[in-house]
Ligand binder design. Sequence first.
Ligand code: ATP
Length: 292
Amino acid sequence: QIFMPLNFLGFVYREIRGSLANIENLFKLLDRTPQVDDSQDATTLVTREGRIEFEQVSFAYHDDRPILSDVSFTVEPGSKVAVVGESGAGKSTLVKLLFRFYDPASGRITIDGQNIADVTQHSLRQHIGIVPQDTVLFNDSIFENIRYGRPDASEEDVHEAIRLAHLDQFISQLPEGAQTKVGERGLKLSGGEKQRVAIARAILKRPAIMVFDEATSSLDSQSEQAILRALREVAKGHTSLVIAHRLSTIVDADKILVMSQGRLIEHGNHDALLSQQGVYAGLWQAQQKQAT
Ligand code: ATP
């Protein structure tokens, strides 16, 4: 008689912790409460290919200071688009608008032709996976931390995600393998390992659109390479948007958007941008010098 209620309590506990994971991540990303309401006749977002379009989007947090001015670009289905630019250029703001934490002052953002202002925020966020700069881990096993990506995932699916996120070697060295406790009261993971946990969660969730917010703090090159390999895995067949700080990580992007003071000033792939000898080429040369 006591089994069912206890089992149910366990379920509720896991549900609450799962939601907390998302909420915490969200607030880390947003650092403020969402202000946007669903429209009364909001529909459910249906993703077919995962095409994102920003059409002449302008935005300001406060009226007196424009942050994005007339930004237009398309992320083709299945392609990888990177956004680069100086600190404060408006890169994270683009992502906040894509998640509809704010509405543009003018212009619109569509996913597969649907204006994101016309769909429920819940359905919108279900179709977008994010690997944030700093991932929140709970005091639970690394296995459960990864399963938060999709709480009904089977054990095999979680192990597959671990492998694809290139965490298997790291996990095999832990005292209790995937059952090792991590988080505040458990094993502390490095920034790069935490990002790979977030990637494994995203692999489990398999969203149509992936957003990767590259950490500003530099990682050692081995863990950077592991993250890049894991990301390639998660990006396969998905549309991905990468906010990049190190240009070396986005050389392979289909399109690179260069932002400055809220405007899109250059776009193209790495080679095309280098031959333009503009802002991107300058940033690239500066980072190359730093690396040597
Ligand atoms: P970084 O590379 O440093 O992360 P970024 O290109 O992502 O920078 P954003 O975070 O988009 O830049 O910020 C663009 C501008 O908007 C900055 O000047 C920032 O101070 C401002 N800003 C960001 N968030 C808010 C907010 N919640 N309220 C007011 N201004 C904000």
